[in-house]
Design a protein around this ligand. Structure first.
Ligand code: PLP
Ligand code: COI
Length: 342
């Protein structure tokens, strides 16, 4: 599948598909330069760039949706801009201003408008901004130069099961993030740290891995690429932890859940509580809402089972979130930004 004509919009995987252009901006001599547009998929950088050696790299993930009314909407892009600033600050990179972040994503979407999946296909245009130290250092120091890159790619849901429940594996022999480390920001190193556990889980037949808190191994942290939630007796329960990524999707689902009449609890979630949930799942931009069929505790050989089909509340939350993103219902929380003229 190489050209746009070959795309089956309704069954897109979550993966890289080449689009026409990407957008770049360089920070040098203490300031951000002009946005540049290129059709090259490659970047030429110094071999001593700190992004390559010392992990000075952060990224974001958000989506553009072609709506029921034909308009293109971004979902809460300001939250991604803010998180990218936090990530930049957390690992001492130059901080992209909100206007620059928006200009870059707006341009990347516009210039690749033909890749925005049509309404009704359930797919969307994934926007991937990344920021890294491009300046050379050999001592362990922040770079003096940075590059912001934004590319886009049309995607379907992260888990191939879509909204069908997935099996996940809970692990105790790997951590993705340390207390007081970088789990709360979206830096590449967290994902490197999750790869071994995630690949093993895939090889053993699971869609994803679920990590525990690194310090005590008592509480649920999050899945490799998404936050965790459980639902019980009209309560939406999601972990509070300093090592998980503050998810824009989760934050939005909390608001929707409260609006639908659920109680919302954000607090440490002990592993034992998994037994008591009526529904459980993962949520994130890529994962959307992915209900769990089961969670298998790899070390204790214990399975928590939730069901073959998505639960009632997961379905309601999913439908409401999607309806806002695709402009099917009123955006009563003011979360979407229409990109006019595309
Ligand atoms: N947790 C991790 C580790 C992630 O990579 C992501 C994806 O961005 C999320 C949670 C979900 O965050 P969001 O809803 O902002 O996409
Ligand atoms: C996202 O949900 O946007 C993510 O970044 C998750 C994953 C693909 C890393």
């Amino acid at each position: 599948m190489d050209t746009i004509e070959d795309i089956n919009w309704g069954s897109l995987p979550f993966g890289y598909f080449r689009t026409d252009y990407n957008v770049r901006c360089t920070y040098r001599d203490g300031q951000w330069g002009e946005l540049e547009v290129t059709d090259s998929e490659y970047i030429s950088i110094h071999m001593a760039a700190t992004g390559l050696h010392y992990g000075q790299e952060a990224f974001e993930g958000l989506k553009a949706y072609r709506g029921a009314d034909g308009k293109v909407r971004l979902f809460r892009w300001q939250e991604n801009a803010r998180r990218m600033r936090m990530s930049a600050s957390g690992i001492m990179m130059a901080i992209p201003p909100e206007e620059l972040f928006f200009e870059a994503i707006d341009k990347a979407v516009r210039m690749n408008a033909r890749f925005i999946p049509p309404y009704g296909t359930g797919s969307s245009l994934y926007i991937r901004p990344l920021l890294f130290g491009s300046g050379a250092q050999v001592g362990v120091k922040p770079a003096k130069e940075y590059m912001l890159v934004v590319f886009v790619t049309p995607v379907g849901p992260y888990f191939k099961e879509g909204f069908n429940p997935v099996k996940v594996q809970l692990v105790r022999d790997y951590d993705r993030a340390a207390p007081l480390g970088t789990g709360h920001i979206k830096v590449g190193g967290n994902y490197a740290a999750s790869l071994r556990a995630a690949e093993r889980a895939h090889a053993e037949g699971y869609a994803s891995v679920l990590f525990l808190d690194a310090k005590e191994k008592k509480f649920i942290d999050e899945a490799g690429p998404a936050n965790f939630f459980g639902i019980r007796e009209m309560s939406y329960i999601t972990p509070k932890s300093c090592t998980i990524l503050p998810s824009v999707t989760n934050k939005s689902i909390e608001v929707i859940a409260a609006d639908l009449g659920l109680k919302v609890e954000r607090r440490p979630v002990p592993v034992e509580e998994l037994e008591t949930f009526e529904e459980a799942g993962a949520c994130g931009t890529a994962a959307i809402i992915s209900p769990f069929k089961s969670i298998f505790d790899r070390e204790l050989k214990k399975e928590y089972y939730y069901g073959e089909t998505a639960g009632v509340w997961s379905t309601k939350l999913y439908n409401t979130l999607r309806a806002i993103q695709y402009g099917e219902i009123e955006d009563k929380f003011g979360w979407t930004t229409i990109l006019e003229g595309i």
